[in-house]
Write a new protein. Structure first.
Length: 186
C-alpha cells in the first residue's frame, strides 16, 4: 500500500460526487457499522457512492494508491467482509433506487437496496420475487450468494431470477453481465 496523504484524499474528494468520510467525521462510526456488531473495523476512508461513476472513481483511487478495498451494499454482511481495516470502504448503501416495470414484471435494483426496499416497490404492483427472509439483508449480496427465501421452493433461488448486472470491474471498467454479454462474469 502506498502512503496516502491528505492532498491525495482532497483531490479524490474534489472529483467525487458522493461523500468521502475519514475517521473523526461525525458520521464515520455510524457508516462503518454493519448488521453484525461483532465486526469493528476501521477503514482509512469511506467513499459513499451515489452513482456508478462514483464507484469507478473509488475503484480507480484504490488502485492508484494500492488500497485494500471492501464493498458495503445493504450492510447486513454477517461475515464482516463489507468493512476493512486501513483501506477504502466503498459504501453503496446510498444507492437504493428500485424501478419496477409491472408490464414486463421486471425490476431494476441499485446495489444498496435492502429486501425491504425491494419488497415495498414490488408489492406496490402486486409482485414479488424470491428473496431472503430478513428485510435488512441487501439484495446485491443476497443475490450474489445465491439467495434463499420464502418463495424459493416455487420460484428458485434469488440468483435464478437475475437477468443482468451492471458491474464495475477491478480495472474501473463498467460492463453489463448477462447470458448474452460478458457471460463469463454472469
Amino acid at each position: 500500500m502506498k502512503q496516502l496523504q491528505q492532498a491525495n484524499v482532497d483531490e479524490f474528494r474534489a472529483h467525487f460526487r458522493g461523500e468521502v468520510l475519514l475517521p473523526g467525521n461525525a458520521v464515520y462510526d455510524e457508516v462503518r457499522q454493519i448488521w453484525n456488531a461483532m465486526i469493528d473495523r476501521r477503514p482509512a476512508l469511506i467513499a459513499r457512492c451515489t452513482s456508478p461513476e462514483d464507484v469507478v472513481q473509488a475503484v480507480e483511487f484504490a488502485r492508484k494508491y494500492e488500497l485494500l478495498v471492501s464493498i458495503r451494499g445493504g450492510g447486513h454482511n454477517i461475515a464482516g467482509n463489507a468493512v476493512c481495516d486501513g483501506g477504502l470502504m466503498i459504501d453503496l448503501s446510498l444507492m437504493k433506487r428500485v424501478q419496477v416495470d409491472p408490464n414486463v414484471r421486471r425490476a431494476t435494483v441499485e446495489p444498496g437496496c435492502t429486501l425491504a426496499d425491494f419488497d415495498k416497490a414490488a408489492q406496490a404492483h402486486g409482485l414479488a420475487t424470491p428473496l431472503g427472509i430478513n428485510s435488512t439483508t441487501g439484495v446485491a449480496g443476497l443475490t450474489l450468494g445465491g439467495g434463499f427465501g420464502w418463495l424459493s421452493r416455487k420460484y428458485g433461488m434469488t440468483v435464478d431470477n437475475l437477468l443482468s448486472a451492471d458491474v464495475v470491474t477491478a480495472d474501473g471498467s463498467q460492463v453489463r453481465a448477462s447470458e448474452a454479454e460478458n457471460a463469463d462474469l454472469f
